[in-house]
Ligand binder design. Sequence first.
Ligand SMILES: Nc1ncnc2c1ncn2[C@@H]1O[C@H](COP(=O)(O)OP(=O)(O)OP(=O)(O)O)[C@@H](O)[C@H]1O
Ligand SMILES: [Mg+2]
Length: 127
Amino acid sequence: MAVRRKTRIIAVGNQKGGVGKTTNTVHIARALAELKRKVLIIDLDMNHGATRHFGIEPEAFLGAFELLVGAEAPKNLVLTHADKEEGIDLPKNVDLIPAARKLESIDQAITTKSKFVTPREVLKGER
Ligand SMILES: Nc1ncnc2c1ncn2[C@@H]1O[C@H](COP(=O)(O)OP(=O)(O)OP(=O)(O)O)[C@@H](O)[C@H]1O
Ligand SMILES: [Mg+2]
């Protein structure tokens, strides 16, 4: 019987710009995929470095913004190796939920939706 592997979450973040967040994210993802792990990158950076790295036009698809405000189910937002349109170049086993510029207003969008929900609760998956 196949052994089911545990899902792990790796968060890459730093408030400082240009310190290697995107570079580490995309290379760790590719390396894990080469080791036959299935990877989902969720690009939460409004500067959309990882999204652009894989040839994806940031404003062309719904993505992390719609995920965080609950406007779309995650499965409707995932781009994969099988998606070949518009220059998308994702490796096999690396999926991505893309970022867009409008993530800069995500705090406001979440707090406008309900004054009882905080952005931190949404990020932790509690809401
Ligand atoms: N280990 C490394 N050695 C040398 N250069 C690196 C290394 N990691 C990243 N870089 C270079 O540093 C620059 C910034 O890297 P990167 O874009 O990954 O940073 P970032 O933290 O995502 O930046 P931003 O805040 O703008 O999104 C890029 O030009 C990248 O090629
Ligand atoms: Mg970056």
